[in-house]
Design a protein around this ligand. Structure first.
Ligand SMILES: CC(C)(COP(=O)(O)OP(=O)(O)OC[C@H]1O[C@@H](n2cnc3c(N)ncnc32)[C@H](O)[C@@H]1OP(=O)(O)O)[C@@H](O)C(=O)NCCC(=O)NCCS
Length: 187
């Protein structure tokens, strides 16, 4: 998703998203325990681990997502809208990144957005992206806080499009914004 697609912030004071992990009740629990699904763990980025994460996409993919550092900045900007960033670990190696945030649709229904999501260039094409997205979706479902997942991908990002379609996302052209193509998954 491009940083250009800015969906409205939630009301100030609205509680922030907690990505519950395996029954963990707080972000701290979730981060310390991580969550696993076929070898992928989602670990929240914290002051203790943020320097350890070194993940990036290929040069040709840089238009599809923000960089790691920009994603951290973005999550800060969206901190009152549930902005969270997770490193995606395979065993002890960070293999990717996912930022999420909250959004309310036109009817006021709570939607969770995977705002930035990528697998490091050296780990792509090995099933990590699919496993990571399945893990994250599982966590979001467990919170019972959202009615849907909404996302956008750049026109021409065929791999992302196939990945999301394979997980049940459907196109939602009425939410398209230029070359940002929208998809939704009802929960
Ligand atoms: C999109 C991305 C996260 C996918 O991660 P990945 O680990 O490479 O993908 P996987 O190996 O798990 O494959 C997942 C699905 O992607 C699709 N896919 C994978 N490689 C593909 C290729 N070369 N061509 C077309 N589709 C492909 C398939 O549908 C695949 O599912 P399947 O194996 O059940 O058929 C990764 O390519 C990436 O980080 N791209 C750059 C950043 C980006 O575009 N992020 C998405 C922003 S919305």
């Amino acid at each position: 998703m491009s940083p250009r697609r800015e969906r409205g912030d939630n009301a100030p004071g609205q509680s922030r998203t907690i990505c519950i992990t395996g029954g963990a009740k707080t972000v701290k629990d979730a981060a310390s325990r991580g969550c696993s699904f076929g070898g992928i763990r989602l670990v929240e980025i914290t002051p203790d681990n943020w320097r350890d994460i070194k993940v990036e996409v290929s040069c040709e993919q840089k238009g599809f997502v923000a960089s790691y550092v920009l994603t951290l900045a973005r999550a800060y900007v969206y901190r009152r809208s549930g902005g969270l960033v997770f490193a995606l670990y395979s065993e002890e190696s960070p293999v990717g990144l996912l930022m999420q945030r909250d959004w309310e649709d036109d009817e006021g229904l709570p939607v969770c957005i995977p705002d930035q999501f990528f697998i490091d260039r050296d780990y792509q094409g090995r099933g990590y992206g699919k496993k990571a997205m399945q893990t994250w979706l599982d966590n979001v479902r467990k919170t019972c806080r959202y009615k849907a997942i909404g996302l956008c991908y750049k026109e021409g990002d065929t791999v992302a499009e196939n990945l999301y379609a394979g997980l049940g996302f459907i196109r939602r052209p009425q939410d398209d914004d230029g070359d940002e193509l929208a998809m939704v998954l009802l929960l």
